[in-house]
Design a protein around this ligand. Structure first.
Ligand code: ADP
Length: 185
């Protein structure tokens, strides 16, 4: 199964992607995690993207697309995966379609986690993960970037009829059950 989990910062994409990964035995690919780990390990990629992540801005499309394309060559992704944090712009979505086309593969589901905006800021500020982009000002910037750059990705996939809306308010387990039910339909 090839799944995209989509939603604003703080919607719970990472948590739910991890659960989907366990449930269906498919790897979880998080572009945010790749960047954070590169920054932590002070790799050349990490040095390149650190100030971008710190500001809550987006890493340039070519960089992210190249990275995902490279990563997806690993045979562990052969039977499917859950993408979290990608695609985040319409050009990234188009590039991802080309990657799939080249491999003759199809996307099975685009899960849109829906959480009211008021709740997002509270969740991020109270989750205490110690992320350098989790301050009030940076969270506001990430939400602006989401609205301007990322939201249009939803319209793009709506045209492909793969979008499944998931109510993202409730306990982790409730949301995970909603996801399972909709994937099994
Ligand atoms: P969140 O959804 O909570 O903002 P992520 O872990 O998905 O967290 O992303 C953290 C940061 O990593 C983003 O603010 C951005 O700087 C960078 N990033 C992650 N994925 C992408 C992407 N697909 N394109 C551009 N930048 C990205």
């Amino acid at each position: 199964m090839r799944i995209i989990i989509f939603g604003p910062p703080g919607a719970g994409k990472g948590t739910q992607a991890e659960l989907i990964s366990e449930e269906y035995g498919i790897p979880h690919l998080s572009t945010g995690e790749i960047f954070r780990s590169a920054i932590k390990n002070e790799t050349p990629l990490g040095k390149e993207v650190k100030s971008i992540l710190d500001a809550g801005d987006l890493v340039p499309d070519e960089k992210v697309v190249g990275l995902v394309e490279e990563e997806l060559r690993d045979e562990k992704y052969e039977d499917g995966y859950v993408l979290d944090g990608f695609p985040r712009t319409v050009p990234q979505a188009k590039a991802f379609d080309e990657i799939l086309d080249k491999k003759g593969k199809k996307l099975d589901a685009f899960l849109q986690l829906e959480v009211p905006e008021e709740e997002l800021v509270d969740r991020i500020l109270s989750r205490g993960e110690g992320r350098s982009d989790d301050t009030p000002e940076k969270v506001r910037n990430r939400l602006d970037v989401y609205r301007n750059e990322t939201q249009p990705v939803l319209d793009y996939y709506q045209e492909q009829s793969v979008v499944i809306g998931i109510n993202g308010v409730g306990s982790i387990e409730e949301i995970s059950n909603r996801i399972k039910e909709s994937l099994e339909k």
